[in-house]
Design a binder for this molecule. Structure first.
Ligand SMILES: [Zn+2]
Length: 345
C-alpha cells in the first residue's frame, strides 16, 4: 500500500516519532527507577541551558546526539544535576534506559573541561539550529529531553506556598517539600492552535490562502496564523478567535489536520485548515506586520528562510506551519489537474 503525499508529509513532521517506550507506569516505582539509573545499559543525553550535546564542532557538520554511559559523567554531576528518565530504547536485543541530565547548575568552565576530555568532539547546540540534519526519531528524543529539563528549571518552587520542590517519579513529577502543602505538579504543555486560512470565492472559484508576517519572524518569512488556546475555550473556538483578532476575518469552518510537539519551550502545536468567504483583511498591527492572500503559484515562488536575497520566504522546514502550507499546495495541484486549468506563472 502506498502512502499519499499528505500522509507522508504528516508522518515526517519534526519532533514526532518518539522511538522510546516511556514506561509511564513502571517509572512511578522508585526502586525500579534506581535499577534503571544504575544499569550498565543506561545512557545519558547531557543538556546545558536548553542546548543538547551533539557530536561535531560546527553547525555545518552533520550533528548526532551524544549518549554517554554513567561512568563517563563525573560523580558530582550525577549528584547535583537534574535527571529525567525519558524511556527505554529497544533494539538489537538490548534495552537501553535513556536519561536526560541537565548540567546547567555546573559552572561553564568545568563543563567545558569535562567535555574536552570526552572521546568524541562535541558541542551544546540549540535543537532548532540542527533539527534539519537529525533523524526524525533523534530530534523527537532531543526535543522531549529539552522540554522536560526546561519544565524542571521553571518549577523549582511551589506555586502555592513558595517552598522548594523536589523531583520524583523519574523526573515526571515535582512535589512541594512543605508537608502541610505537599502540592504535586506535573510537566505542562501549552496548547497552541496554528491555522492555514483559505479563501473560497464562490464567483470565480479562485482559492488563496492567508499568510502573515508575525512581529519577530526573521526577515521575509510569511507563515500561518497561530495563537495559544485560552482558558474556557475549545481548539476550534481558539482558531476562530485568533483569525478574527489577527486578521479581522470570520471563518465558517475549521478542520483538524495534525499536531506537533514544539518544545521551544513547551507548546503543543495543533494544526487546522480553516475557510472564510471574507476577503478584506484587517491586520492587528500589535501582532502582525503584514498579512496577504496568496495563490498557490505565488507561494511556489517563495524562497527558503535561509535565502538572504529573497523578498518572501517559507517558514522553517521543521515547523507544522510549513507542513500546513505544503499540504495546501499539494491540494491545489490536484484540483488543477482535475479541472484542466493551466497554471499562470
Ligand atoms: Zn507548597
Amino acid at each position: 500500500m502506498t502512502n499519499s503525499p499528505a500522509q507522508t508529509n504528516l508522518r515526517n513532521l519534526s519532533y514526532v516519532g518518539m522511538p522510546l517506550d516511556r514506561n509511564s507506569v513502571l517509572r512511578e516505582d522508585s526502586q525500579w527507577m534506581t535499577s534503571q539509573y544504575q544499569s550498565p545499559q543506561a545512557l545519558f543525553q547531557p543538556l546545558y541551558h536548553h542546548a543538547n550535546l551533539v557530536s561535531g564542532q560546527s553547525a555545518s557538520e552533520t550533528p548526532k546526539a551524544i549518549y554517554l554511559k554513567y561512568s563517563e559523567i563525573p560523580p558530582n554531576f550525577h549528584q547535583s544535576c537534574q535527571l529525567v528518565y525519558l524511556g527505554d530504547l529497544k533494539g538489537g536485543g538490548t534495552n537501553h534506559p535513556i536519561f536526560a541530565i541537565d548540567l546547567s547548575v555546573i559552572p561553564e568552565e568545568t563543563v567545558n573541561e569535562w567535555r574536552n576530555r570526552l572521546k568524541v568532539t562535541s558541542q551544546f547546540t540549540d535543537l532548532r539550529r540542527m533539527s534539519a540534519f537529525l533523524l526524525q526519531s533523534e530530534a523527537a528524543i532531543l526535543g522531549y529531553a529539552r522540554g522536560l529539563c526546561f519544565w524542571h528549571q521553571n518549577h523549582l518552587f511551589c506555586s502555592r506556598c513558595g517552598h522548594t520542590t523536589v523531583s520524583t517519579r523519574g523526573g515526571h513529577m515535582r512535589k512541594c517539600t512543605n508537608d502541610t502543602c505537599a502540592k504535586e505538579v506535573y510537566p505542562r504543555i501549552d496548547p497552541a492552535v496554528i491555522m492555514l486560512v483559505e479563501l473560497i470565492d464562490p464567483t470565480d472559484g479562485i482559492e488563496k490562502c492567508l499568510l502573515g508576517r508575525h512581529k519577530g519572524l526573521p526577515k521575509g518569512i510569511y507563515s500561518t496564523l497561530a495563537g495559544y488556546v485560552d482558558q474556557g475555550e475549545s481548539m476550534e473556538e481558539a482558531v476562530a478567535r485568533e483569525v478574527m483578532e489577527e486578521a479581522g476575518l470570520l471563518i465558517h469552518n475549521a478542520d483538524y489536520i495534525a499536531s506537533q510537539p514544539w518544545p521551544f519551550p513547551s507548546a503543543l502545536m495543533i494544526g487546522f485548515r480553516a475557510q472564510t468567504k471574507e476577503e478584506n483583511i484587517t491586520i492587528a498591527l500589535d501582532e502582525l506586520e503584514d498579512a496577504q492572500w496568496f495563490s498557490a503559484d505565488q507561494i511556489r515562488q517563495f524562497g527558503e528562510h535561509t535565502d538572504t536575497n529573497v523578498e518572501k520566504a517559507l517558514p522553517r522546514k521543521d515547523s507544522i506551519a510549513r507542513t500546513l502550507i505544503e499540504l495546501w499546495l499539494q491540494d491545489k495541484t490536484s484540483s488543477l489537474d482535475l479541472s484542466h486549468h493551466s497554471s499562470t506563472q
